[in-house]
Design a protein around this ligand. Sequence first.
Ligand SMILES: *Cc1c(COP(=O)(O)O)cnc(C)c1O
Length: 245
Amino acid sequence: MENLVQDIREKYLQALGTIAGAARRAGRNPESVRLVVVTKTQPLEVVRAAIEAGVKILGENYPEEGVMKIQSLREFSAVEWHMIGHVQSRKAQMLPGNFNLLHSLDSLKLAKRLDRFCGEAGTTLPVLLEFNVGGEESKSGWLAGDESRWPSLLEEVGAALALPNLRVCGLMTMPPLGLTAEDSRPFFQRLRGLQEYLSAQFPRANFSELSMGTSGDFETAVEEGATMVRIGTAIVGARHYKTEA
Ligand SMILES: *Cc1c(COP(=O)(O)O)cnc(C)c1O
């Protein structure tokens, strides 16, 4: 167990160092980037070890799994829990009161349900809007690969901004899988371009957070303006998919 903590700590500190280097190269403050350690499919012992290793923000992809871990690790009250995976509307109720931030708000339907459940629970939920800047139809997120179609996003983005119990604070993306870090760069640039576009269209809104970059490309993402990176395997190792899942 102690070995596991040490191993995670080493990789966590290494990732923080890489982030700091990339931020400085881009003329940015290293503290403007937050590291979300992705523990989806990892057993509770690994999540606990990550917390003991100094991890401050944990990212989970599946509501049930995340809530189980949150409830089991309540003693670590300083840790933040972020939902980063696609959330089915029927699971929306599991988020308010459990997660500190939803990175992957990907439809107005989900936004409305979340807003309603937050209202019923007397809470608000900070969210990022997920955009699919790669143009693959199979991916979640609002389709935003084609800049000429950005104006068609405004109606739904405006509607999400108007929901009283959600607090939009930025954008998130997941580039197409299997690319090199350098091949991912244009997608990170496109998300930042979209951030500028939306900020100009909605001057009173806050789109300051950019969640982008995973194990294979977070350094590039930070160079391109990421304020949150989501790193799993490079810190906690390979995922543990259960055979029955
Ligand atoms: C799994 C996952 C990650 C982490 O990916 P790694 O390659 O393990 O770093 C980041 N973001 C999302 C949305 C994920 O689903």
